[in-house]
Design a protein. Structure first.
Ligand code: GLP
Length: 242
């Protein structure tokens, strides 16, 4: 079941999403977190809530969706660093409660398998998701089998292009592979919260909500989940017909 909320702009997307997150910000909960610009407004509200209301993350676990292959955690564009710069450094979460897949190692497949095992041991209560302009969730690109767990995947040309802006000014090549929770890992979460804003997401939003459930549009798998909330701004919702 997908509950769709359409609001005016990205600020309201973050406010509505935070309302959905808030009941999960308590001891014992497991949060599935995402990178990209879409969740940033939510993270700002989580930091504000921590500061103003003393909401504590001491007994909360987090699992991030993905990480680029080849980037050390110290790299400015690593998702590990992104999460620290935009959330973890401003709340009281202990480092050992934080989980981000590693894109560095001798045997990435074994690392992905171990990550999936941790997810099974600590089932995610709420998984936050953004949406790629090609319909990807996490780094599950079109064509990723729905039954895949955490794995190493190739990024599509369009995703590499979307990400180039982050690496160009560093004079570096954009990563072409990522370790990511798979569609099957994401579907194990008890609740899913997806946020998207802006006209460049409209096509993917339409595919996700109104298209057939197909591996060509990874996000369409969410139609099969029992408890999904999708929060969109007017532009991202502009191609919806229903
Ligand atoms: C990357 C991330 C996704 C994210 C997507 C959209 O590909 N791996 O998890 O949803 O970008 O990013 P943005 O929110 O910046 O539009």
């Amino acid at each position: 079941m997908i509950d769709i909320k359409i609001v005016k702009d990205k600020k309201e997307v973050a406010e509505e999403a935070f309302k959905v997150m808030k009941p999960y910000l308590q001891p014992g909960k497991v949060l599935g977190l995402a990178t990209g610009s879409s969740p940033l407004g939510i993270y700002e509200l989580m930091i504000k809530d921590h500061k103003e209301n003393g909401t504590s993350y001491k007994d909360i676990l987090t699992f991030n969706l993905d990480e680029y292959v080849g980037l050390p955690i110290t790299h400015r564009e690593s998702y590990y660093r992104f999460m620290h710069d935009n959330l973890f450094n401003y709340i009281d979460i202990p480092e050992e409660n934080i989980h981000v897949p590693s894109g560095i190692g001798e045997d990435l497949d074994a690392q992905c398998e171990a990550y999936e095992k941790m997810l099974d041991e600590h089932p995610v209560d709420i998984q936050l998701l953004g949406l790629g302009s090609d319909g990807h969730i996490g780094f599950n690109e079109p064509g990723t089998p729905f039954d895949q767990g955490t794995h190493v995947g190739d990024l599509t040309e369009s995703t590499i292009r979307d990400n180039q802006r982050f690496f160009n000014d560093l004079g570096e090549t954009t990563p072409t592979r990522a370790c990511t929770m798979g569609p099957a890992s994401i579907m194990k979460s008890k609740k899913i919260l997806l946020v998207a804003y802006g006209a460049n997401k409209a096509e993917a939003v339409k595919g996700m909500l109104e298209g057939p459930v197909t591996e060509d549009c990874p996000a369409s798998i969410l139609q099969r989940h029992a408890d999904v909330t999708v929060i969109l701004d007017e532009e991202a919702a502009s191609l919806l017909t229903k």
